[in-house]
Design a protein around this ligand. Structure first.
Ligand code: GDP
Ligand code: IMO
Ligand code: MG
Length: 434
């Protein structure tokens, strides 16, 4: 396989997020004309490491480190403008000037959405997902209520004032009257701050739907970068322990206005174990020393919140669902260096729930809470030190340890999807194409 892209290529998470989407997007982005985020907001944290320099991206697509591709934040994304400006400035400080376009239709995270997020988490108790407290559920809810504010609105002061009043009043009433909490945000301060953000971001804001379509017709290449992962999808994930957007590849059309057709290539990014930051049933979770080891070696701490990530064995019930609902044409399998040196690798291939075997994730919360993993064991592969990682990265697939190749063949067969990209380190070049 070469690293040439189809005209439309999508890269999405196959598990609970943090699979390495940023790394895989960065790997391909140099050959793309546009790299587009199409859902989620700054709940996402994507790490890209190039030449030893580490970058953490939250709103901006992971193609930004190259000069060529245009970075696009499209309509399906929710934006915290203050944080976006900080993100742009921190890239500029590192010598990268983003070539960025923002859809005028993208919704804005307002300060009261963050207050609401806190209230909702407390209110939802056991049913909360353990949100990143970035205001994601409230901003998508306001969009659905139809009193949300789009980024284009802050460029039109009269419209902004009209909309802000409705949205502010609603959120203030819910916080103070429904939740009985303090609400000390001043509407005039918000207005002034957001108009100023609009002034700063003005040059980036366009109608991306039309602009991207024109470029699409000119045969330009697009890389769509997902945030979160299939199990956090608000429809297909472990609801209510999800995020509030659709995270699967089908969202590209809705979140950008670009139609999907037979030119599609859909890469699912999957980690060779799983991690979960936040609250939900987690059938293959491991605890104690084994999990501490994996968490430390895999550096499993949230890019956005710094929270320790829960970790567990690879779950093929989850991965098979991701292959099916996304229509993956291939998998990018990450972090294989982290499992190296472990004697026995456990893989979950079905759940046991109330004495019955399940090959698919049940929609029932009651059932998934009771799910116990059925494991298959495979022989592990030898430890990979930096020198062997560098050697294999240069020489390619044939030079991977035999047990690791067997493991890859076995998984492809089980999930019925080829593993074409293999990641054996966090750096751009530590990637093998097959
Ligand atoms: P994303 O949210 O899917 O983009 O993933 P994150 O960036 O939040 O988390 C993935 C972490 O794993 C980051 O720190 C990456 O630098 C790192 N990473 C990605 N691929 C590999 C790999 O193959 N091996 C190792 N050791 N680290 C990786
Ligand atoms: P990336 O793009 C991992 C999780 C939160 C919480 C749930 C809802 O880096 O893979 P939200 O703030 O969206 O309302 O939180 O979703 N979550 C993520 N977990 N990676 C992410 O993004 C996540 N974005 C949200 O921890 O459980
Ligand atoms: Mg992440």
């Amino acid at each position: 396989m070469s690293d040439t892209l189809n005209q439309l290529t999508t890269i999405v998470g196959a598990q609970w997020g943090d699979e390495g989407k940023g790394k895989i997007t960065d790997y391909f982005a140099g050959n793309s004309d546009y790299v587009v985020r199409f859902q989620g907001g700054n709940n996402a944290g994507h790490t890209v490491i190039v030449n030893g320099n580490e970058y953490h991206l939250h709103h901006i697509p992971s193609g930004v480190l190259y000069k060529h591709p245009v970075s696009v934040i499209s309509n399906g994304v929710v934006i915290n403008p203050k944080e976006l400006i900080n993100e742009i400035n921190s890239l500029i400080d590192k010598g990268i000037t983003p070539n960025l376009k923002i859809s005028d239709r993208a919704h804005l995270i307002m300060p009261y959405h963050i207050v609401m997020d806190e209230c909702l988490t407390l209110h939802q108790g056991e049913l909360a997902a353990g949100s990143t407290k970035r205001g994601i559920a409230p901003v998508y809810a306001d969009k659905a209520y139809r009193h949300g504010i789009r980024i284009g609105d802050i460029l039109e002061p009269a419209i902004f004032e009209e909309k802000l009043k409705r949205s502010y009043d609603f959120n203030k009433k819910v916080v103070t009257q429904a939740f009985g909490k303090k609400f000390d945000l001043d509407i005039n301060d918000i207005y002034t701050d957001y108009v100023e953000y609009g002034n700063i971001l003005n040059d980036y804001i366009i109608d991306t739907q039309v602009a991207l379509y024109k470029e699409y017709k000119l045969n330009k290449t697009f890389l769509f970068e997902g945030a979160q992962g299939m199990t956090l999808d608000v429809d297909h994930g472990l609801y209510p322990h999800t995020t509030s957007s659709n995270t699967i590849a089908g969202q590209v059309n809705v979140g950008t206005g670009i139609e999907f057709n037979d030119k599609k290539r859909i890469i699912g990014v999957a980690k060779c174990y799983v991690s979960r930051v936040g609250v939900s049933p987690f059938p293959t979770e491991i605890n104690g020393e084994e999990s501490d080891f994996l968490r430390q070696k895999g550096k499993e701490f949230g890019t956005t919140t710094g929270r320790p990530r829960r970790v567990g064995h690879l779950d093929l019930v989850q991965l098979k669902q991701a292959v099916r609902v996304n229509g993956f044409t291939e998998i990018a399998f990450t972090k294989l260096d982290i499992l190296s040196g472990i004697k026995e690798i456990k893989i979950c291939d079905s759940y046991q729930i109330l004495g019955k075997k399940y090959d698919e994730t049940p929609g029932s919360l009651g059932k998934i809470r009771l799910a116990k993993p059925n494991y298959i064991s495979m022989e592990g592969w030898e430890s990979m030190d930096q020198a062997s990682i560098e050697k294999i990265s240069k020489k390619g697939f044939d030079f991977l340890p035999n047990a690791l190749k067997e493991y890859i063949y076995f998984i492809e067969d089980k999930i019925n999807c080829p593993i074409k990209i293999i990641s054996i380190g966090p750096q751009r070049h530590q990637t093998i194409l097959r």
